[in-house]
Design a protein around this ligand. Structure first.
Ligand SMILES: Cc1cc2nc3c(=O)[nH]c(=O)nc-3n(C[C@H](O)[C@H](O)[C@H](O)COP(=O)(O)O)c2cc1C
Length: 141
């Protein structure tokens, strides 16, 4: 099982309909390749985790890098893992808005998002704890 996390910046012209398109495409294509994961959209930034067979994950990531709906695609972590983190989802989606009424998990998440861009510690454990928070926000265990 191979896992990859990157972050990127949405182009200024991105509209909500683009997000729907991206998700629909992702879910269909990932299902065909047995790839799972999660896409986060916050403050015009994306963070995505892809997990599955190495060849499939890298092939999809190759497409994503060239996608004109975002830029500054930066690889944060990639490597083999023992199990999937988002096995129930071909592409879970989490969008967080800038409201003031947020719970503690969301605050942690936002804090992590801010740190993510200049993560100095790109270890497996820091990545996995980031995604564990996201999974909790999505209502998983
Ligand atoms: C932020 C973002 C995330 C994406 N995630 C996926 C994904 O998980 N799986 C996927 O197949 N395509 C994803 N795409 C779309 C690909 O970049 C690409 O458009 C799609 O794979 C179709 O490529 P093709 O028409 O060259 O085959 C994503 C695009 C963006 C901008």
């Amino acid at each position: 099982m191979y896992q990859l996390t990157y972050h990127s910046v949405a182009v200024p012209s991105l509209v909500p309909g683009d997000l729907d398109d991206i998700l629909e495409e992702s879910r269909t294509r990932n299902a065909l390749r047995d790839v799972t994961g999660c896409l986060i959209y916050h403050n015009k930034r994306f963070v995505q985790i892809l997990e599955g067979g190495k060849i499939d994950v890298l092939r999809i990531y190759g497409k994503i890098i060239g996608d004109r709906r975002h830029h500054k695609v930066t690889l944060l972590w990639e490597g083999p893992v023992n199990r999937r983190y988002f096995e129930e989802w071909n592409m879970a989606f989490y969008r967080i808005d800038n409201g003031s009424n947020v719970n503690e998990d969301e605050q942690t998440f936002r804090h992590n998002m801010r740190l993510l861009s200049d993560f100095s510690d790109k270890s497996t454990s820091s990545m996995l704890s980031f995604w564990a928070t996201v999974r909790k926000l999505l209502g998983g265990s």
